[in-house]
Design a protein around this ligand. Structure first.
Ligand code: SF4
Ligand code: SF4
Length: 81
């Protein structure tokens, strides 16, 4: 799985950190342009693709993408632009 956070949308609510059942996200000391601390994808290898974070993120900032067999990315988002 690929887990992307569109950091420019993030409001630093930490819902994703709190509710991910496999602890994929972690707090970071990085502020986005709006002044919110954005989480980081710390353990992408633990992602099961349940999409709970995608559903719960109030800012629609998280995109979960399945990698195809050849490793190509099906979809992606730009970060912080
Ligand atoms: S749930 Fe969304 S808005 Fe909240 S910290 Fe995670 S990515 Fe940011
Ligand atoms: S899809 Fe599920 S397991 Fe993967 S990061 Fe989101 S909440 Fe965690």
């Amino acid at each position: 799985m690929l887990v992307k956070i569109n950091t420019s949308f993030c409001k630093g609510c930490d819902i994703c950190i709190e509710f991910c059942p496999t602890d994929v996200f972690e707090q970071s000391g990085t502020l986005n342009r709006k002044g919110y601390y954005v989480p980081v994808v710390a353990r992408v290898e633990d992602c099961t693709g349940c999409r709970l974070c995608d559903l719960l993120c109030p800012e629609l900032a998280i995109v979960i993408t399945e990698e195809q067999g050849n490793g190509d990315v099906v979809a992606d988002v730009d970060n912080d632009d």
